[in-house]
Structures are given as C-alpha cells and as structure tokens.
Design a protein around this ligand. Structure first.
Ligand code: NAD
Ligand code: DAU
Length: 362
C-alpha cells in the first residue's frame, strides 16, 4: 500500500498516468495536486473521479503550507512530480511562470519531502520521489548520436533551463540529504488528452477545422516520439524497480521530421473523414512560418539503460500510436471544443500572427 502524491495530474501525461495506476492491480491511494492552469483539466479524469482510491486537491505546488499539510494528512510516501509549465513557445513569450512553478515549485516539494521523511543518514527506506524531467535539458543533437543519462546538460530555451535547474536541485537533495530520488528524461509524448498547443494535437485540430498548418522553419527538425501509455508504464517501472540516485532516459525509437508528421496526419485525416469541403487534400493547408527562436534541431534517446536494467521497452509503434491518437481526437470533439476556449484562441492568434511574417520554405 502506497500513498502517492501526483503533481500536475490534470495535465496530459499526469492524467494518463493516474488512469493507468488506478486501472492496475496496485492498491495505491492517489492524491492529485493540480493548480488547474490553462493546461490542467479535471475532466481529463472524470471517469475515475468517484474511485475511492483517488483524491483531487486544487492547489499550487509552490504553496508550502498546503504541500506540508498533504504530506502529513495523507501520509505521503511517494511523489510523482509532473506539474510544470511545459510549452517551449510560451516560455519564450513569458518565462516568469516557468521559473516559479518549475524551479520554486520543485524546490518546495523537495524541501517538504526531505523534512517529512527525515531521511538524513538513511538510504534504505520505502520512500520514493520521482522527478519527471525531459530530454530537452540535454540541448540539441546534430544529425547523428543519441542522448543518454550521461549526456552533459545544455538547455537552450527558458523552459528547458527551468527544467534543468529543477533537476540540479533534485540531485542536490539526493546527494546532500539522501532523498530517495529518481529522475526520468523522456522524449516527446503524444496521445489522448494532450493540449492542442503541442505539434500533434494542434495539427489534428487545424486539419479538422480546415485552418493553416504552421510548420516552423524548414520543417526538418527531428523529435523522437513516445506514446504516452508507454511513457506511463516506464514511470511505473522506475518507481517499482529504479535505483535511488539514478536517472533513466525514456524514448520511443521513433525519430521523425516535423514535416513527415504533418503530412502523415493530413493523409490519415483525409482518409478517415474525407478531403476538405473545397475538395483539396489537407496537405494544401501546410504553411511554413518563421522559426521558433533557438529551435533545437534534433532530439533522440538511447533508452538502453531502462531496457537493460528494468526490462522496459515501448509497446506501441508510431503507426499504432498515431492511429489511436487521431481516432481519440475524432471521437472526442467535445473535449477539444471545451479546451479551445477564449484564452486559448487569443494565445493562438498572437503566436501565429507573429510567426506569419518571415516564412521560410524548405
Ligand atoms: P501539461 O502542460 O499538459 O500539464 C501540466 C499540469 O501541471 C497541468 O495540469 C497544470 O495545471 C499543472 N500545473 C502547472 N503549474 C502548477 C503548479 N504551480 N501547481 C500545481 N499544478 C500545476 O504537461 P505534460 O505535457 O503533461 O508534462 C508533464 C511533465 O512531463 C512536465 O514536467 C514536463 O516537463 C514533462 N515532460 C513532458 C513531455 C511532453 O512531451 N509532453 C516530454 C518530456 C517531459
Ligand atoms: O522533448 C520533450 C519535450 O517535448 C517536452 O519537454 C516539452 O514539454 C514538450 O512540449 C515537447 O517540446 P517540443 O518543443 O519538442 O514540442 P512541440 O510540440 O512544441 O514541438 C514539436 C516540434 O514541432 C518542434 O520542432 C516545433 C515544431 N512545431 C510545433 C508547433 C506547436 C511546429 O513546427 N509548428 C507548431 O505549430
């Protein structure tokens, strides 16, 4: 029996993770602490809201009193820390919230965990603090090579710099106080419930609405795509079997150029719902726009350590994962409309009218 504090559980990966935990045979109590920013949606967990093993707490990870009261009141022995400002473009436009939540919020959780668990001098205890990091802390790869757990840090956006800072804090709490810390670095996730500001759901939504598909720069940037369910299974594996003080790189072995993804989505959606009302295929919507400042060229993960040491491998090929994802968005038009509220529309208009100016062609 574990009492797990999941932070950011109303976001994309957190909601998928909580659903997976509750569906598994584990008798774990899940306490979900989420501030409900624009990216957090309690409806993402409507189907488990009445489960007696699940409690939702609306609050901020920077609120130390609240975090302390949860640790004591709920006898928290495990933390899975997802809560973050997660979108690179937003970090370029307005980095403040990233520094507050990603750095100070992580510090608050570490400090409360350290004090509540009184771990100084003890290395063998059942506590676990899993800090969910990203491969972006390692910077940008050239055409060859992979990120591993040993890759030197080289963050290049305000988002990735804030995540790197939180990783360093987390490691310091392991080395200095013996906090039983685990870190995961995963590549780009995709799947159900992802907010439509990220590449794949944004393109699906624009395809369905017949809006331009804004590809940054020359469209040849590469990401290593990981189906969210595979990522969540990897996190459970790290919680169960990972060694405190270690980090684990998690990737899907699915390197794709952005243009490949966008073209694939256009063709798949044409096939599933028919072409645009004009009769044109959706590829006609592809529009090359001004590049993201500091745009990392390529990410790719060597997941050899978690495969060898913990026996995890991804179950979904990209073809399977993307088909499931598109089908999920097609079947959940109400969810999509719900999150595309006024605030999102304003963000979208500003972001993309700014980019239209100096479009590049591949
Ligand atoms: P998301 O943006 O979809 O969700 C973030 C959640 O955190 C939201 O529910 C939001 O309300 C909550 N939150 C934000 N600030 C908070 C605060 N101060 N207190 C409490 N809750 C707060 O993010 P995601 O894509 O699910 O990412 C989850 C984690 O995984 C993040 O730490 C991110 O850096 C990391 N990650 C994501 C990806 C990816 O591809 N999405 C890849 C690698 C790592
Ligand atoms: O690698 C892990 C990271 O993946 C996570 O840490 C981040 O939280 C997550 O947001 C994601 O970051 P990216 O910047 O890689 O994801 P995004 O979906 O924003 O962009 C993916 C690629 O697509 C990137 O090369 C930029 C490009 N892009 C994105 C958008 C939104 C476009 O060309 N057009 C777009 O409209």
């Amino acid at each position: 029996m574990r009492n797990v504090l999941v932070t950011g559980g109303c976001g994309f990966i957190g909601a998928n993770f909580i659903r997976l935990l509750l569906a598994s045979a584990k008798d774990w109590q899940v306490i979900n602490l989420d501030k409900l920013t624009y990216a957090g949606n309690p409806e993402n967990l409507d189907d488990v809201a009445d489960d007696s093993r699940y409690t939702f707490v609306h609050g901020d990870i920077c609120d130390r009193e609240l975090v302390e009261s949860l640790f004591i009141g709920q006898a928290i022995d495990t933390v899975v820390h997802f809560a973050a400002e997660s979108h690179v473009d937003r970090s370029i436009e307005g980095p403040d919230a990233f520094m507050r939540t990603n750095i100070h919020g992580t510090f608050t959780l570490l400090e409360v965990a350290k004090n509540s668990w009184s771990v100084v001098g003890k290395r063998k205890n059942p506590y676990r603090f899993l800090h969910v990091s990203t491969d972006e802390v390692f910077g940008s790869l050239g055409p060859t090579g992979y990120f591993t757990e040993e890759t030197a840090y080289d963050p290049r956006s305000p988002y990735s710099a804030s995540k790197a800072a939180s990783d360093h804090l987390a490691r310091a709490y392991f080395h200095t106080y013996g906090l039983p810390l685990l870190i995961t670095h995963c590549s780009n996730n995709y799947g159900p419930y992802q907010f439509p500001e990220k590449l794949i759901p944004l393109m699906i939504n624009n395809c369905l609405q017949g809006k331009p598909l804004p590809v940054y720069g020359d469209g040849a940037n590469v990401r290593d795509w990981l189906y969210v369910e595979d990522h969540c299974e990897a996190i459970v594996r790290v919680l169960d079997q990972g060694r405190p003080g270690e980090s684990y790189a998690i990737g899907g072995h699915n390197e794709k150029k952005n243009t490949e993804i966008v073209e694939l989505l256009c063709d798949m959606i044409d096939r599933k719902v028919g072409p645009l009302p004009s009769g044109n295929p959706r590829r006609s919507l592809i529009t090359y726009v001004r590049d993201r400042p500091g745009h990392d060229r390529r990410y790719a993960i060597d997941a050899g350590k978690i495969e060898r040491e913990l026996g995890w491998t991804p179950r979904f090929t990209f073809a399977e994962g993307i088909e499931r994802t598109v089908d999920w968005y097609l079947a959940h038009g109400d969810w999509l409309q719900g999150v595309l509220n006024g605030t999102y529309q304003q963000y979208y208009q500003k972001m993309y009218s700014d980019r239209q100016g100096a479009a590049e062609t591949p």
